[in-house]
Ligand binder design. Structure first.
Ligand code: PEP
Length: 255
């Protein structure tokens, strides 16, 4: 694999798996991907499974991530989980601004900007999700929507912190639908996003990882990975079995 930036393949379990299911999964995945050195592997699990995964993934090549966090380190925020708590259970990554959080839990770009800043300040690596919905794409507004999200969500960051962020381009119409953006469309959008990032951060943009997400499967990952501005994938449904996710990771290495 010949990539400019070290790729990341991150699985997003969403709201699936009990702690015993998480333990079994981790043991299988580690056995299946133990030899892979070409890219970084991340599993983003529900909060309840993180302590079990901390144990199972210790000293393995699989990194642990959460799917959301609060911007505060502690305080009167009933029901929330802080960056400090995520670090305590060995998370190194955290997904921020997933479209399901924007849609079902009304997270705004202002919330997301605060979370991105807090994640970086605490030493977590944020995976910031952006992407347009179907009508925005059909109206030719996809790039404008994504640009506005990037501009708002990165507003709070110092230039030097921008290099610590990973972006996931996830067109909403492709998430969980079985419809993937074509590799050409995904590449075009990721290249346009990189040029927006260079407007914000100059040459740092060349170092920022941009992942694609939206119905990525073992049989389409290699073509996506072959694109110059796609540095990996955020994978929902196809990360839910250890065997399927391991296959997808192996196919990503072939690209
Ligand atoms: C996601 O959860 O971010 C995602 C891209 O889901 P799926 O791969 O199932 O489309």
């Amino acid at each position: 694999m010949d990539k400019k930036r070290r790729p990341v393949i991150a699985g997003n379990w969403k709201m699936y798996k009990t702690t015993s299911e998480a333990r079994n999964y981790a043991q299988s995945l580690v056995g299946l991907v133990g030899e892979i050195s070409e890219l970084d592997i991340v599993v983003c699990a529900p909060f309840t499974s993180l302590p079990v995964l901390k144990e199972e993934l210790k000293d393995t090549i699989v990194h642990l991530g959460a799917q959301n966090m609060c911007w505060a380190d502690e305080g009167a925020f009933t029901g929330e989980i802080s960056p400090r708590m995520l670090l305590d259970v060995a998370c190194t990554y955290v997904i921020i601004g997933h479209s399901e959080r924007r849609e079902h839990f009304r997270e705004t770009d202002e919330d997301i900007a605060r979370k991105v800043k807090a994640a970086i300040a605490s030493g977590l690596k944020p995976i910031l999700c952006v992407g347009e919905n179907l009508s925005q794409r059909q109206e030719g507004k996809a790039l404008a929507v994504v640009r506005a999200q990037l501009q708002h969500d990165l507003l709070e960051l110092a230039a030097d912190d921008l290099r610590k962020i990973t972006i996931a381009y996830e067109p909403i119409w492709a998430i969980g639908t079985g419809k993937t953006a074509s590799s050409k469309d995904a590449q075009e959008m990721c290249a346009a996003m990189r040029s927006t990032l260079s407007g914000i951060s100059g040459s740092i943009a060349e170092k920022i990882l941009i992942l694609y997400g939206g119905s990525v499967k073992p049989d389409n990952i290699a073509e996506l990975m072959a694109q110059p501005d796609i540095d990996g994938a955020l994978v929902g449904g196809a990360s839910l079995t250890a065997e399927g996710f391991a296959q997808l990771i192996k196919n990503a290495c072939i690209a």
